[in-house]
Design a protein around this ligand. Structure first.
Ligand code: BG6
Length: 515
């Protein structure tokens, strides 16, 4: 039996916890982009770091006819391009022996029975261990079929002390009703404790660090409330548009559903949550869901018009290249009413955050790729330095950079060196890469490993997903179902979004932070 445990002299320090028990990982949608670009490279990197369980077996399940060899070859080509650890042919050739392909239609129950036999044979070879992790990464229209057929083939049961778990990719529904339906199908198949709704933002190193920053440092938490904080901004900017045929999916989704419902509300909940009673999965998720439940609902078209801006880019330039407008993109409806930019003013109606706006924005075709959270503190009383040059620009800002260049910086006011008194903002800056001398694992590495280890802390719970949809549905309804829908703003590709989004903050006397 092959054991995937390659030592890597450069990364031995990374093996920080015991490896999960051996298991089979079955990926549905194995010929898709996610499997090639993220999941297999993540498993390969875990193998390089010696973190994969021993005698792991990876089975790709998809509709196309393919041999194991053809499947492995396709994976290798992409792994060479994207792997964080680079591509080492010796390591890969050991790793790929654990990878197999299983052809079946998603609707064909026999394909799942054959899968069950195959997994039983693997387990028998291993000496009877039968842990299984099913990763549903197919197109969303097959999620139900896959779950129902796993159950029909008896693959969902935890038998004789062995576990069977499921990871469900996004999109987790397209609104509250479809999310509730999917949750019901999932819960009829797997127990909630065995269900892992993935949100890859929760696996990003700096997102995980938010709780540590807040609750392991005595200096921040006393200030972390409406008394000291003026406003908080969460920005996810992307320079890409609809390359690679992505417009087909995106035009049906839009920025609000694609990123705000999940990734950005998850970040917001980590920033705004109360300290959990412990670090258990439910301890943390109990507090996160309270934040999402406390969001003030923008539940009329007027409230949506006041608090939310949606936009589309027109032709422009990004990174020196000319690009077309959103409605001219490949696979996008020329009459499209879908937003490629959104900015939402959120109010968290809790004691701690009373009156503090949380501005959340996401856009495609902005100047660069960057995600950050900035916490803007109230200004110090301006009695001493009132008349001094530079004194008006005196707000402290704590910036949590989620990507790229993960890190944290604190902006403060300092005296400019010299014989006269002048003030100037300066930055204390912490970079992960230089401080720890090593890069962070990819989000999917951490999350796959957590699911194998049975730790659901970094996965969304049923109630979190549904509460987030309630908030999003009101906005979607105002845009698409009301008689007086708020307008669609426009901005030139390569700029920082529409003027209307600047006006949204100007009403509160605030401005967006320049990234
Ligand atoms: C995905 C969205 O969930 O996240 C994409 O569907 C988006 O539209 C992507 O580009 C961003 O992820 P990351 O990790 O590159 O910031």
């Amino acid at each position: 039996m092959l054991t995937v445990f390659m030592s890597n002299p450069f990364r031995e320090d990374l093996v920080s916890r015991s490896r999960p028990e051996s298991c089979s990982v079955v990926i549905f949608g194995a010929t898709g982009d996610l499997t090639h670009r993220k999941l297999i490279p993540a498993l390969y990197n875990l193998a390089v770091d010696g973190e994969l369980p021993s005698s792991v077996k990876i089975v790709g399940f998809a509709r196309r006819e393919k041999s194991d060899e053809e499947f492995r070859e396709g994976l290798k080509v992409l792994n060479k391009e994207v792997s964080r650890n680079g591509h080492n042919e010796d390591v890969w050739s050991e790793f790929e022996k654990t990878v197999h392909y299983h052809q079946s239609e998603f609707q064909d129950v026999d394909g799942y029975k054959r899968l069950a036999d195959r997994l039983d044979a693997v387990d028998a070879e291993r000496g009877g261990k039968g842990n299984r992790l099913f990763y549903i990464a197919s197109a969303p229209e097959y999620f139900d079929d896959i779950l129902v057929n796993l159950k029909k083939a008896g693959l969902n049961v935890n038998a004789d002390g062995f576990w069977s778990r499921v990871i469900v990719e996004k999109p987790f529904g397209t609104d509250l009703a479809t999310a509730q339906h999917l949750n019901q199908v999932v819960n009829e198949t797997f127990e909630e404790k065995d269900t892992y709704r993935i949100d890859h933002y929760l696996g990003k190193e700096t997102a995980q660090n938010i709780m540590v920053l807040r609750f392991a440092n005595a200096i921040f938490e006393p200030l972390w409330n409406s008394r000291y904080i003026e406003q908080i901004q969460i920005t996810c900017s992307e320079h890409l548009g609809m390359e690679g045929g992505r417009g087909g999916y995106y035009d049906k989704s839009g920025a609000l559903r694609d990123m705000v419902q999940n990734h950005l509300l998850q970040l917001l909940s980590l920033v705004a949550m109360e300290p959990p009673t412990d670090l258990s999965a439910d301890g943390v998720r109990d507090e996160k869901v309270k934040v999402i439940r406390s969001l003030r609902q923008w539940d009329t078209p007027e409230l949506v018009a006041e608090n939310v801006v949606r936009g589309q880019y027109t032709a422009g330039h990004v990174n020196g290249k000319s690009v077309v407008g959103y409605t001219e993109e490949d696979r996008v409806d020329p009459e499209s009413n879908t937003e490629a930019y959104v900015a939402v003013r959120c109010m968290v109606d809790t004691w701690r955050w009373s009156g503090v706006p949380f501005y959340v924005r996401m856009g495609k075709r902005l100047p660069k790729k960057a995600t950050e959270i900035s916490v803007h503190f109230k200004a110090a009383p301006n009695v001493l330095f009132n008349a001094i040059p530079g004194a008006s620009d005196n707000g402290n800002v704590l910036v949590i950079r989620i990507q790229p260049d993960e890190g944290i910086s604190l902006r403060m006011v300092s005296k400019l060196p010299g014989t006269s008194l002048r003030l100037e903002p300066v930055k204390m800056d912490f970079h992960y890469s230089t401080s720890f001398g090593k890069g962070s694992p990819e989000a999917y590495e951490r999350l796959l490993l957590d699911a194998m280890a049975g730790d659901a802390t970094l996965f969304a719970r049923r109630d979190e997903v549904e509460e987030a949809w309630k908030f999003i549905d009101h906005i979607q309804n105002a845009w698409h179902k009301s008689k007086t829908p708020p307008p669609m703003a426009e901005f030139v590709a390569g700029s920082w979004g529409p003027e209307e989004a600047d006006n949204l903050l100007a009403k509160d006397n605030n401005t967006w932070r320049r990234l």
